[in-house]
Design a protein around this ligand. Structure first.
Ligand code: ASP
Ligand code: MG
Length: 435
């Protein structure tokens, strides 16, 4: 049998500047005997920067050309650090930026989401070109693959859905031939293409998912996500003390964690891997020798408490104006509305006459929902809340989490507790101390 393929995914933080890209080169030197399918994100914060270009162009807020120039300069800085002035890669990168220029020179004619995908996808196009050029320069023979020739999607721009059957056909037709030539193939995360050759994107932070799509379609040996943390941690070390690495996780536990908002892996990543029983490693590019976290099937361990914090939450209390019960017909209408406006419900609770939902603050979409409801329902909205989810919680820890906060909503199952919290305004805290 031919040698099996492994998939590696490198995110923006691991590609943030020329030193970071050199470091990836060092990591990859050690794998030269392997067949690697390497999926990359845009460099550093490029996707955010390109979103600014889109907004400046579409909403005419600010200078789209200046915003684009910032992104271009960042990339040319990386090129200047890594390559000789006459290297071929300059022309390739320049072409991608010129494509965006052509778009923003014209009047706005298409939908926001369509334009977004045509512009923002360039981030992954240029980062992958740079990585391929650099690897070849240091003697690691690598092919570049345009992901739009493999990942076929529908035309739900910004959240495109995968056509799995056709994507599998494409992957098996295209990728093995590339591995005949070189041991490494580099392609873009986050991006796909429609049957009419329009570029789509798969949702923010979607490169993990792209790597899982390749893993599934090529039935690979394993997938590794290289991150700036030692593995999956029990909480965000910026927010909590005594954080530990979890060595092994089951697919189910990983799905639960990502569902509740753990940002280490994109939520759509696990299912394709689970379906083919492909192991997932989350490893540190800072300490590549570290053991990381392994995610696979049938892992039964006593999990420590795992805390996931989601900021910028909004709590909506929705009650029928005619005082009728929030019964099935209301609920199906409400769920439908949230689905149409692509708002994920992070937590909910219903009483006789009101329905409370906690969602991440996306002001435009939330206002649209409130608008659609206002005739029939009374709605109150609380903003700037925090949703804390604890898997495998221990009793003692809950008091600490509530400390200094007002609990707006609480939900509990055997494994999981969720709290929607609001900071107690300073004045009230002082009151408490005096009493
Ligand atoms: N570059 C894209 C983003 O920042 C995709 C990714 O990083 O996974 O959302
Ligand atoms: Mg990113």
């Amino acid at each position: 049998m031919s040698q099996s393929i492994k998939v590696f995914k490198f995110g923006g933080a691991s590609l943030k500047d020329s030193a970071a890209i050199k470091h990836i080169g060092e990591i990859l030197q050690r794998y030269q005997e392997e067949k690697l399918m390497i999926i990359v994100s845009a460099t550093g914060k490029t996707t955010n920067a390109l979103e600014k270009v889109v907004n400046a162009y579409f909403y005419q807020e600010g200078d789209a050309f200046a915003a684009l120039d910032t992104v271009r300069k960042n990339h040319f800085q990386i090129l200047d650090d890594l390559f000789e002035p006459n290297a071929e890669v300059y022309a390739a990168i320049n072409d991608f930026f010129t494509e965006i220029e052509w778009v923003i020179e014209d009047e706005v004619q298409d939908s926001y989401d369509y334009i977004y995908d045509q512009i923002v996808s360039i981030g992954e196009m240029v980062s992958s070109k740079i990585v391929v050029a650099y690897l070849n320069k240091i003697g690691i023979k690598t092919s570049w693959l345009d992901v739009r020739d493999v990942i076929l999607t529908d035309n739900t721009f910004r959240e495109a859905k995968i056509n799995w059957a056709q994507t599998t056909k494409n992957a098996t037709a295209v990728v093995p031939a590339l591995f005949e030539k070189n041991q490494f193939v580099v392609s873009q995360g986050f991006v796909g293409g429609t049957s009419e050759n329009f570029t789509t994107t798969l949702g923010r932070e979607g490169s993990d998912f792209s790597a899982a799509i390749f893993s599934f379609c090529l039935d690979v040996e394993s997938m590794s996500i290289w991150k700036d943390v030692p593995g999956i941690l029990t909480a965000d070390p910026k927010l909590f003390k005594n954080v530990m690495k979890v060595d092994r996780l089951s697919y189910k536990e990983a799905i639960e964690m990502t569902y509740y908002g753990a940002k280490v892996i994109h939520p759509k990543t696990i299912k394709p891997l689970q379906n083919k029983n492909i192991g997932l490693y989350v490893k540190s590019f800072v300490e590549p020798e570290g053991s990381g976290t392994f995610i696979g099937s049938d892992i039964l361990v006593d999990y420590p408490p795992v805390i996931v914090v989601e900021k910028e939450q909004v709590l909506l209390h929705i009650a029928a104006r005619d005082f009728s019960f929030i019964a099935e017909h209301h609920l199906s209408f409400l769920f439908g509305l949230f689905a149409t406006h692509r708002i994920k419900i992070n937590m909910m609770q219903n009483n006789a006459i009101s329905f409370a939902v906690c969602v991440t603050n996306k002001p435009k979409r939330i206002n649209a929902i409130m608008d659609a409801l206002k005739d029939e329902f009374r709605i109150t909205k609380d903003e700037h809340l925090e949703l804390i989810t604890v898997r495998h919680y221990e009793k003692g820890m809950l008091r600490n989490l509530r400390e200094g906060k007002i609990v707006m909503l609480e939900g509990k199952t055997r494994q999981t507790i969720q709290l929607v919290l609001k900071d107690i305004p300073l004045v009230e805290r002082i009151d408490k101390v005096v009493v």
